[in-house]
Design a protein. Structure first.
Length: 130
């Protein structure tokens, strides 16, 4: 099977976690057992104060905007790394990493892909309360 999708900014749905201290806008294109792929938008005015912990490996490809990515690697989370990220950058985020995003422009948009689908994803609760 082949599936083709296109990013539609008007289809973005608000998602938040950590009591609203991590906000993202998502346009999920593929939600299959083998793969989840979505376009994501993070906005400067949204609350991104909580670090996100990855439950799976993800690949991000930045399409628009700039952000600062700050992360700490498991298992000890002792050393903090910081990188400026801009359009054209490809990022591999590995499971267990704790990271924070600071949006440097009005918004940043990127495509993210994870394989296979994380067990917590793809259910009605993912966007609940958004």
């Amino acid at each position: 099977m082949i599936q083709i999708a296109r990013f539609e900014p008007q289809a973005l749905q608000k998602y938040h976690a950590y009591g609203g201290h991590y906000t993202s806008w998502e346009d999920v294109k593929f939600d299959e057992p083998c793969c989840v792929a979505a376009f994501s938008e993070k906005r400067r005015e949204d609350d991104l104060s909580q670090a996100w912990h990855l439950w799976n490996d993800e690949v991000w490809y930045v399409i628009e905007g700039e952000m600062q990515l700050e992360w700490r690697d498991p298992p000890m989370f002792n050393e903090t790394h910081i990188a400026a990220v801009k359009p054209g950058d490809l990022i591999l985020l590995t499971m267990g990493t704790a990271f924070k995003v600071t949006v440097l422009t009005e918004r940043v948009r990127f495509l993210w892909v994870t394989m296979p689908r994380p067990r917590h994803f793809g259910n009605d609760a993912f966007f609940a309360g958004s």
